[in-house]
Design a protein around this ligand. Structure first.
Ligand code: 13P
Length: 363
């Protein structure tokens, strides 16, 4: 007996493609505000704020109440499940606040990183059970796109072939399920910056990981035009003693992408991975000025590198809310310029900026 493959219709494909393009339209990137309860707790603790549902809501409100200046800088906001159903102080649903600005709503749909037996401390990401039903519900509740993060670590023996192929496969399964529900999947295979590896090694591993991801996408018949990639930039490990210029980081990053990411993918939105806000912006700007051809839009999907100043400005005090929102707007504007290769840093020296690195960071 032959059965029909669950293929997308032309209308579904068109819709997915248009949504993906809209999120990364020129000058726009993504605000990743989808920290889980535990990750948000770590952030809040750093500024002396207790990790309660109300405090998490307050901080998200600071970001979401930014005025119209962010409308041309942010194309999508990634929510955590809890935030998707929260409201402002005035009772306006956060989803409505974002959509009213013409910004698309996304949601983190993975259920976190878990150990991968058979490896030395490597991981996979769980959350496929019930994903189809959750996507259907999120779509009804206003989500246009989703995010799933896989994590790979780098040392002398990692990432193993098993971790690379398992994580690639799960990203492809997630992507095909999202697309069945008209949700654009953001594909995030994050290679952690922990370690003392140099730029070359990060480039090599990034190429291996991305090649495996797109092989799996092909096997699962994922419609690439209706996806976005969220990779790490190619950077040296945080304990590497060699310093590289933004131009070297840009060249390594684009070389890796050009060797592995099909031109059918509309956009690449980098994670910041614990770089300082300024460092991440300078690197994104250099990537957009790198003298290599590329078929994709190259922009940001930053979490820490869009929120760190705002969080430090806020520190849980009502009277700081306005200036915290201003800090966020400033970073959104800077990264919008960087996504067009038009940012000239006024802050000067990258190292002068506070790193927001956390070892083996869990989102
Ligand atoms: P960072 O930019 O803080 O690395 O986070 C982005 C993200 O969404 C990780 O999943």
């Amino acid at each position: 007996m032959t059965t029909q493959a669950l293929l997308l219709t032309e209308a579904q494909k068109k819709d997915l493609h248009e949504t993906a393009l809209c999120i990364v339209s020129p000058g726009k990137g993504i605000l990743a505000a989808d920290e889980s309860v535990g990750s948000m707790g770590k952030r809040l603790t750093q500024v002396g704020v207790e990790n309660t549902e109300e405090n998490r809501r307050q901080f998200r409100q600071i970001l979401f109440s930014a005025d119209d200046r962010i409308n041309s800088c942010i194309g999508g906001v990634i929510f955590f499940h809890e935030t998707l159903y929260q409201h402002s102080d005035h009772g306006v649903p956060f989803v409505k606040m974002i959509r009213d600005k013409g910004i698309l709503v996304g949601v983190k749909v993975d259920k976190g990183v878990v150990p991968l037996p058979g490896t030395y401390g490597e991981t996979t990401t769980q959350g496929l059970d019930g994903l189809s039903e959750r996507c259907a519900q999120y779509k009804k509740d206003g989500a246009a796109f989703a995010k799933w993060r896989c994590v790979l670590r780098m040392n002398d023996t990692s990432p193993s072939q098993l971790a690379v192929s398992e994580n690639a496969n799960i990203l492809a399964r997630y992507s095909s399920i999202c697309q069945q529900h008209g949700i654009v999947p953001i594909i995030e295979p994050e290679i952690l910056p922990d370690g003392d590896h140099d730029l070359k090694r990060c480039q090599h591993v990034t190429e291996k990981v991305l090649a495996a991801v797109y092989k799996a996408m092909s096997e699962h018949r994922v419609y690439l035009e209706g996806t976005l990639l969220k990779p790490n930039m190619v950077t040296p490990g945080h304990s590497c003693s060699i310093k590289y210029s933004p131009e070297e980081v840009a060249m390594a990053t684009l070389t890796a992408l050009r060797r592995t990411v099909p031109p059918a993918v509309p956009g690449v939105a980098f994670l910041s991975g614990g770089q300082s806000e300024e460092e991440a912006s300078i690197h994104l700007n250099s990537i957009n000025n790198c003298p290599l051809n590329r078929p994709w839009i190259l922009t940001f999907s930053f979490g820490r590198a869009l929120q760190a100043s705002a969080l430090r400005a806020w520190r849980g005090h009502k009277e700081n809310e306005k200036s915290a929102t201003e800090q966020f707007i400033r970073r959104a504007e800077v990264n919008s310029l960087a996504s067009q290769g038009k940012y000239t840093s006024t802050d000067g020296y990258i190292e002068a900026n506070q790193r927001v690195y956390g070892s083996c960071y869990a989102y």
